[in-house]
Design a protein around this ligand. Structure first.
Ligand SMILES: Cc1cc2nc3c(=O)[nH]c(=O)nc-3n(C[C@H](O)[C@H](O)[C@H](O)COP(=O)(O)OP(=O)(O)OC[C@H]3O[C@@H](n4cnc5c(N)ncnc54)[C@H](O)[C@@H]3O)c2cc1C
Length: 496
């Protein structure tokens, strides 16, 4: 067999788009199949009455991951969108105070010092350590295929693993240094992005604090969907054939254990290589015949998934001057809400939530004089949801928004759409309606995640937020890069 292969990639999220473009760049004939009418996966967009809503991600962190990706194709982010650093980065509402987190490092240290004497210096130490973790992880760990423990059996790496504190929790790391509850939750909040609780997340992930507080929070003017559009443009420039409204129904494996045919609602595609960017559980349990699945339903049921979410996309016919672009409502008990997500899954009694108002930065996403409001409430995956439950929580969130901002909002709503567990399941074939994949817990890190390379089907690779390196746009992009590099390596060794 020659080196030019037919590669079929399933799912046009960042992981699928990244793998597809890189495989095309390697010279393969790549077809990317997407069930929805829009590419971008979780980062789709919805337009209504002059409002443009980003349906999923809203925080642009780790800009160099995007930049490195664009550089692989001789591009740079500014070829596609103008990036703006937000300052303040975000606002946190606590029960008795609110904090604007400044972009400036000096102002940040002063903010800590003002809230807890001596904490400014401790923050400097904490962030220096977080920087070490970030740089070590990003130059090595994160790019590993994590297929076997032998990859990590290098003395130098093991020493690094201990320095990275892979084996202790971020909660103890933060609480050892800081006592003020507001500062503690400011430092523990990025863990929410990793879909887990601070006590269950390796201290290594304080690297996310470095990403948050030092590298900064950015926004692509025009909206987050500009990123997905950029990825689609690159993929097409590389020759990827993107087919929308094309749902994969079955991956057919031949007698030699090779995925050969991909059956869809639009026809059948022959394949030498299959890369699945679709939800891992769905791919295994629904697209593959039983002998080719590596994990059982019981295995999946025991995984800690990231939360699902109750989302609202809302158009308001006036401005909301007391909010920032990103606003975290931590005016409720974090521990209790976390418990209701992970330990005793149920609709939360008094939830934390997040309000994003991109129209504060970007005039194009709402009509003049109006505001684009996106609400997100993390929720245990797999809960039953109904219009009535959604509406009850909508009322709770709006009541708190009105109280904290001193603005009437309820009667100024001109567009409103909810999105919850059953929508994630229907639109993305998402296991239990997870919003952002598998949680990065202590027991689900690196080699302990579902494997990227199928042990049962030699030419099948999994990418995206349920495998390495984890949830979020930057990891999804990296996931596609790891898979494409691994495929190139295997082809060069005649293993594919
Ligand atoms: C509400 C929300 C907020 C988020 N906020 C942030 C944030 O602020 N910052 C950040 O970095 N990350 C954020 N994330 C996480 C981030 O969006 C995801 O981790 C990332 O986009 C996942 O990319 P992916 O390629 O792994 O999966 P997906 O984006 O889910 O892509 C998988 C694709 O596969 C398709 N598919 C599924 N089954 C089939 C099939 N049988 N046939 C064909 N196609 C199929 C799906 O339609 C989908 O397009 C957020 C996610 C959500 C949902």
């Amino acid at each position: 067999m020659g080196t030019k292969k037919n590669a079929v990639v399933i799912g046009s999220g960042f992981a699928g788009l990244s793998a597809a473009a890189l495989l095309a760049q390697q010279g393969h004939n790549v077809t990317l199949l997407e069930k929805n009418s829009q590419a971008g996966g979780r980062a789709r967009t919805w337009q209504q009455n002059g409002f443009t809503f980003d349906m999923g991600p809203s925080w642009y962190w780790m800009p160099e991951v995007f930049e490195q990706y664009y550089n692989l194709f001789g591009n740079t982010a500014s070829n596609f969108y103008q990036l703006q650093r937000l300052d303040p980065s975000y606002k946190i509402f606590y029960p008795n105070q609110d904090i604007d987190v400044p972009a400036s490092y000096t102002e940040l240290i002063a903010l800590f010092e003002k809230n807890e004497q001596g904490s400014g210096e401790k923050l400097e130490e904490f962030l220096a350590d977080a920087r070490y973790k970030y740089e070590t992880a990003m130059s090595d760990f994160v790019f590993r295929v994590s297929d076997s423990v032998t990859e990590f059996l290098d003395l130098n790496l093991l020493v690094q693993a201990f320095k990275l504190k892979l084996f202790s929790s971020i909660r103890s790391e933060v609480r050892e240094k800081f006592k003020n509850p507001a500062l503690v939750s400011l430092l523990e909040f990025p863990v929410l992005f990793l879909g887990s609780t601070p006590s269950n997340t390796p201290a290594m992930y304080s690297m996310m604090n470095y990403a948050d507080l030092v590298l900064g929070t950015w926004y692509p003017m025009g909206g987050m969907h500009k990123i997905a559009e950029a990825f689609v443009t690159i993929a097409k420039q590389q020759g990827v054939k993107l087919i929308l409204n094309c749902e994969v129904k079955r991956i057919e494996v031949d007698g030699k254990g090779l995925a050969k045919l991909v059956h869809t609602n639009l026809g059948t595609y022959p394949a030498d290589i299959v890369v699945a960017g679709s939800d891992y559980h769905h791919t295994e349990q629904q697209l593959l015949d039983k002998p080719y699945r590596q994990y059982s339903e019981q295995y999946w049921n025991k995984r800690t998934m990231s939360p699902s979410s109750l989302l609202y996309y809302i158009g308001i016919n006036k401005r909301l001057p007391n909010l920032l672009h990103h606003n975290l409502f931590f005016d409720a008990d974090f521990e209790q809400h976390a418990n209701e997500i992970y330990d005793t899954p149920r609709w939360p009694s008094n939830p934390l939530f997040y309000a994003c108002v991109p129209s504060i930065t970007d005039a194009t996403v709402a009509p003049q004089g109006m505001e684009n409001l996106f609400l997100l409430m993390p929720l245990a995956p797999g809960l039953p949801d109904s219009e009535q439950i959604r509406e009850d929580y909508f009322n709770k969130m709006i009541t708190r928004l009105e109280a904290k901002t001193g603005e009437h909002i309820r009667n100024n709503i001109v567009v409103k759409r909810s999105y919850c567990v059953s929508d994630f399941e229907r639109d993305y074939n998402s296991y239990k309606g997870n919003a952002y994949g598998l949680a990065n817990t202590l027991a689900q890190t690196a080699i302990l995640k579902p494997k990227m390379i199928s042990a049962k089907v030699k030419n099948l690779f999994y990418v995206g937020q349920l495998t390495v390196p984890g949830p979020g746009m930057p990891p999804a992009i990296i996931s596609g890069r790891i898979a494409a590099a691994e495929i190139a390596k295997r082809i060069s060794k005649n293993q594919l």
